[in-house]
Design a protein around this ligand. Structure first.
Ligand code: SF4
Ligand code: MG
Length: 336
């Protein structure tokens, strides 16, 4: 399989009055053609910053890529000029966001916006681009596309607007589509439909997709691979099967425990993870999860756990996986 993206030891910081906030601290992952990767984590884990850095969309400054590589084919995005980035954005890589309204022009018919986006990337006449717009609306399963092109964004529901955004993102036939919390503002049924649509797009076009989400449940049926971020780091990564059925990191386990098991549970109070994420202005020297983990050991606080490999292509950064680690039962743990 062809590798579409390779991120190596990426560090990204924000310079603030209080000092340097180390938002992304040594993130590495790769993505093959036609693969769907979910990057999951709480807010402040560094997942969105990672995604925006791939597009170089972070406001710079105060955001600063400290070190690392982001290889998209032969190009290292870290070193790419703004001019090169303009060619990459929307040609090779497209992005969709949580709130489509921020990207759609409320005063312009949807078809016109799509046609303009298409003509920006392809040398097509107005008529050809218009036909292409209708074709894209069909691909994202917007019914009555011929009438819908004449409507304005406010005439679309939230889910339909997100479909328009996906059509817009597909207009340049990107190699990589990044979706940052694409369904967070939508209700559960619509969420599932949008995920299904992304899967269909992958099947039909072989586009690689990164989905950024705080909700592990949303990506359960769609992701091939999952990377769990915490405190600016990927603490566990593996196939969906590894993460959902054989999680190794206590944080991943806690995230899974906090998911509703059935639709009934959604009304109940879910188990939440006690405590707060680490302060990335003064990131801990050791495991970022040590303050909230129920297995915290002496070694966890001063020493950062390396990546252990509980399985093939399955990585987790937790001292419990060290071969000499004692049995992690509460008697030997101080977190209780
Ligand atoms: Fe981190 Fe230690 Fe808990 Fe593992 S056991 S998650 S290394 S605090
Ligand atoms: Mg975010």
């Amino acid at each position: 399989m062809n590798k579409v993206l390779e991120v190596n030891d990426l560090h990204v910081s924000f310079d603030t009055y209080a000092g340097e906030v180390k938002a992304v601290r040594g993130v590495s992952f790769d993505l093959n053609e036609g693969e769907i990767l979910a990057i999951v984590g709480e807010s402040g884990s560094g997942k969105s910053v990672t995604a925006q850095t791939i597009m170089k969309l972070n406001p710079m400054p105060p955001t600063r890529i400290v070190s690392g590589e982001i290889l998209l084919g032969d190009i290292d995005i870290v070193k790419a000029s703004e001019r090169e980035m303009m060619a990459i954005r929307g040609n090779e890589v497209s992005m969709i966001f949580q709130d489509p309204m921020t990207c759609l022009n409320p005063t312009m018919q949807v078809g016109k916006q799509l046609t303009e986006a298409i003509r920006h990337h392809k040398k097509l006449s107005k008529d050809e681009a218009y036909r292409e717009a209708i074709r894209l609306l069909n691909i994202v399963r917007i019914p009555n596309s011929k009438q819908r092109v004449l409507q304005y964004p406010h005439e679309f529901s939230g889910g339909m607007r997100q479909r328009v955004m996906i059509a817009m993102a597909l207009s340049c036939e990107p190699k990589l589509l990044i979706a940052d919390e694409p369904t967070t503002a939508l209700d559960v049924t619509i969420q599932a439909q949008i995920m299904e649509l992304l899967m269909e797009i992958r099947e039909n076009t072989n586009t690689s997709i990164i989905i950024i989400t705080h909700d592990l449940g949303v990506v359960a049926s769609i992701a091939d691979r999952v990377a769990v971020m915490y405190g600016g780091k990927i603490v566990e990564s593996g196939s969906s099967e590894d993460i959902f059925y054989h999680p190794s990191h206590p944080y991943t386990k806690a995230l899974l425990e906090s998911l509703p098991k059935t639709d009934m549970d959604k009304n109940k109070r879910l188990a939440s993870i006690a405590g707060t994420p680490p302060d990335l202005l003064n990131p801990p020297a050791g495991c970022p999860f040590a303050g909230r983990c129920k297995y915290t050991m002496k070694i966890c606080i001063p020493h950062m756990p390396p990546d252990f490999e509980p399985g093939k292509k399955h990585k987790a950064a937790c001292w419990l996986l060290h071969k000499d680690c004692p049995d992690p039962e509460p008697a030997s743990a101080i977190g209780g």
